[in-house]
Design a protein around this ligand. Structure first.
Ligand code: S3P
Length: 166
């Protein structure tokens, strides 16, 4: 069974993925990293600047198609995977469980304030609108919602392990 971690930028998907890797031994698929490698870009800033956001969205769909049928993976997604329904459809139809890591906007801001690596988190007002727009999408796709404001990374990983008997 695959575990797909979704949530807004800065909610802790990569950290929870690493903790789950330690706990379960499942391989981590970092979608952003694989997409940068495939597009020969150093990071998301360069990808957005040279190829555009659409290229990211196209590659997210391609990766979901490729990895959905594999087994025992932890898929750490980019915050925008919920924009194209087909991405989550590929994973869910293959039996993956989708975990929404829910952080408040305030917590996201405090986590990302010293981090300028995200092209879609440059202006806090715009980011807040994006958060409000996406929240119902994360909730819609989630099989499980975890409030990351309250729990440590290790406890979140443990909770996922127990929930699915992994
Ligand atoms: C994005 C989130 C980023 C990355 C890209 C776009 C988004 O991933 O895919 O900058 O649309 O929310 P993280 O959620 O890992 O920051």
């Amino acid at each position: 069974m695959n575990i797909v971690l979704i949530g807004f930028m800065g909610c802790g998907k990569s950290s929870v993925a690493k903790a789950l890797n330690q706990l379960l031994g499942f391989r981590v698929v970092e979608m952003d990293d694989l997409i940068c490698r495939k597009t020969k870009t150093q990071n998301m800033q360069e990808l957005f600047a040279k190829k555009g956001e659409l290229r990211l969205r196209i590659e997210e769909i391609a990766l979901a198609k490729k990895y959905a049928s594999k087994q025992n993976l932890i898929i750490s997604t980019g915050g925008g995977v919920v924009l194209n329904k087909i991405v989550l459809d590929y994973f869910k139809q293959a039996g993956a469980k989708v975990i929404f890591l829910h952080a408040s906007f305030e917590q996201i801001v405090s986590r990302l304030k010293a981090d300028d690596s995200r092209p879609l988190f440059k202006d806090q007002r715009v980011a807040k609108e994006l958060y409000a727009f996406r929240l119902p999408l994360y909730l819609h796709y989630a099989d499980e919602i975890i409030d990351v404001n309250r729990e440590s990374i290790d406890l979140i990983a443990l909770q996922i392990k127990k929930k699915y008997g992994l």
